[in-house]
Design a protein around this ligand. Structure first.
Ligand code: PEP
Ligand code: MG
Length: 581
């Protein structure tokens, strides 16, 4: 049994067999071969080894011709290994004696060799491990010839252990079969993490290098509450987690009873608790959990889930479906926030060194007006089916907001000319997720009917920490005093101008922050639908007065750790049965 710590990004526990996807995306199943097939499989292995050797030899000769023998030495070493009778013998024995598939044998034996080098002291020798991985990949490429596209076509329940998963790969996972995932890289605010929450599957990211120690078919537990992954668990551990899964299920049943009670505090201050969605099908979850509306519809997932660029009709159909299903409740449709870690089939900006600071979001929309206009037309046309609102993401200057409004006005004029019906008074709002927007909010509000604070980005831009980078994950925290002040300032500015303000970052759905946010003046929360019951339970149990005291005390503290510890204490005093993630 091996227990690894990562970053918990989507709660819940999953138990099952693993599928390992290394950083080249090879899927290495533990497939057994039947007795009759052994000879064939041995031939397959021999063919793969011969093809890999021939390839390396060609490379060696080419490099030797062009650069000289010293540079070709690396290939000679690879060749020597590939032709090593001991390696060959070990692989053949695994197939012959244990009936393992050649892929599994290659991965198992070579990973064991690599581990020996990795554990040696001294950088130079440890680097030899990467040569061995190189050989493993080369052999797997010849044996498998196929890659991770298969992820969307899983046919049996499995836990996915991968070097990394992109948000588009994650959205294509079928939660019926993908029971949970763990990645070596990734940070707490990545969109991959957010999608996992939306799918309702446990996920742990940023575990660091560990895939070399696991093989497809091994048993594992993903603990998305504590951020743990346990490989090859013993019986006691399995029992403990099975029990936890059952308790979790019972708690969810109890909370479900709250879903149709109003969202209000114990002193009867009415709140709005809304859901964040990425796809129309998530509306059902939002309604089931008693959501008062959709506070954030991340429409860019329409591009990420598709192989070709969505047409105006695709946009229109998706938005109409959501508006109709929400039966008059408000739906905030955010225009596409592509770029950074959300890349679609659109041409990529060239050579972006810092994609989160690059051509992302509203900037991409304003540099691609036809694309932007297509989406706006669709939202306007769909607006007749319910209560739609339009929200622009990542506004950082007043000019951007003016330009975005101009494109919208143009789209409205076009529709008017063609006598297409739409809601002429559709409210238009902005995300407040860049510190410049907080600082300039009073001016922005002259052009915005509502605002929504996007803490996922606000944290990264305020603290200069990449939300998707595990190595700075300890700095990525909503409890940083600077972040608290920014949130407080944004709420106060909006309230002073009488403009509705909500918060749709992940912190909205985290129990330890609920009292703080209420105390800072927030009355509208938007979160992953599955978090709605817990947050409603907290809201209904506390008064605004006590929350204000908590917020004032938190604002007086100086470090993220102090604030976090204080909020944890206050939460546990009142809700001891609601564990802190
Ligand atoms: C945010 O930044 O808080 C937000 C809600 O938007 P996204 O996570 O899609 O960037
Ligand atoms: Mg954002």
């Amino acid at each position: 049994m091996e227990c690894l710590q990562g970053i918990a990004v989507s709660h819940g526990v999953a138990i099952g067999e693993v599928l390992v996807l290394d950083n080249e995306g090879f899927r290495i199943p533990r497939r057994f071969v039947s007795r009759d097939a052994v000879e064939n499989e041995l031939e397959r292995l021999a063919a793969a080894m011969a093809a890999a050797s021939a390839e390396v030899e060609r490379n060696r000769n080419r490099v030797a011709d062009q650069l000289g023998d010293e540079y070709a030495a690396i290939f000679s070493a690879h060749l020597q290994m590939l032709r090593d009778p001991r390696l060959q013998g070990e692989l053949e024995e695994m197939i012959r004696q244990r009936h393992y598939s050649p892929e599994y044998s290659v991965s198992r034996v070579l990973r064991r060799y690599a581990k020996v080098f990795e554990e040696l002291e001294g950088g130079y020798l440890a680097q030899r491990a990467s040569d061995i991985f190189d050989i493993e990949k080369r052999l797997l490429r010849h044996l498998l010839g196929r890659r991770r596209e298969e992820l969307s076509q899983l046919i049996s329940p499995i836990l996915i252990l991968a070097h990394d998963l992109t948000p588009s790969e994650t959205v294509n996972l079928n939660p019926k079969f993908a029971l949970g995932f763990v990645t070596e890289v990734g940070g707490p605010g990545s969109h991959t993490a957010i999608v996992a929450e939306g799918l309702g599957i446990p996920a742990v990211v940023g575990v660091g290098h560990f895939l070399t120690d696991v093989s497809g078919g091994d048993m594992a537990i993903i603990d998305g509450n504590q951020g743990l992954v346990i490989i090859d668990p013993d019986e006691d551990t399995l029992d403990r987690y099975r029990h936890e899964v059952e308790e979790y299920r019972l708690a969810a049943v109890k909370l479900a009873a709250l879903s149709h009670l109003p969202a209000e505090t114990s002193d009867k201050v009415r709140l709005e608790l809304m859901g964040n969605i990425e796809f129309p099908y998530e509306v059902e979850q939002c309604l089931k959990h008693g959501g008062d509306g959709i506070g954030l519809y991340r429409t860019e997932f329409l591009y990420l889930g598709a192989e070709t660029e969505p047409t105006e009709a695709d946009h229109y159909n998706a938005y109409s479906k959501v508006l109709q299903a929400m039966e008059g409740r408000p739906v905030i449709i955010r225009t596409f926030d592509l770029g950074a870690d959300k890349l679609a089939t659109l041409p990529k900006p060239e050579d972006e060194k810092n994609p989160f600071l690059g051509l992302r979001s509203i900037r991409l929309a304003l540099s691609n007006i036809p694309l932007f206009r297509t989406q706006l037309r669709a939202i306007l046309r769909a607006s007749v089916h319910g209560t739609a609102r339009i929200m622009f993401p990542m506004i950082s200057t007043l000019t951007e907001l003016r330009q975005a409004r101009m494109v919208l006005a143009d789209a409205m004029e076009d529709l008017e000319e063609s006598a297409v019906p739409f809601d002429h008074d559709i409210p238009v709002g902005i995300m407040v997720e860049v510190p410049s927007a907080v600082m300039m909010l009073d001016r922005f509000l002259e052009l915005a009917d509502f605002v929504s604070i996007g803490t996922n980005d606000l944290i990264q831009y305020a603290l200069a920490v990449d939300r998707g980078n595990k190595d700075v994950a300890n700095l990525y925290t909503a409890t940083d005093p600077a972040v608290l002040r920014l949130i407080h300032m944004a709420i106060r500015t909006a309230q002073k101008a009488n403009v509705s303000v909500s918060l749709c970052g992940q912190m909205s759905g985290v129990p330890r922050y609920t009292m703080l946010l209420l105390g800072l003046g927030l009355r509208n929360f938007s979160m992953t639908p599955s978090s709605l019951p817990e947050i409603k339970r907290i809201c209904r149990a506390v008064s605004i007065g006590e929350c204000e005291q908590i917020a004032n005390r938190a604002l007086s503290l100086e470090t993220a750790n102090d604030i976090r510890a204080y909020l944890n204490d206050e939460h546990m005093k009142r809700f001891p049965d609601m564990p802190l993630a």
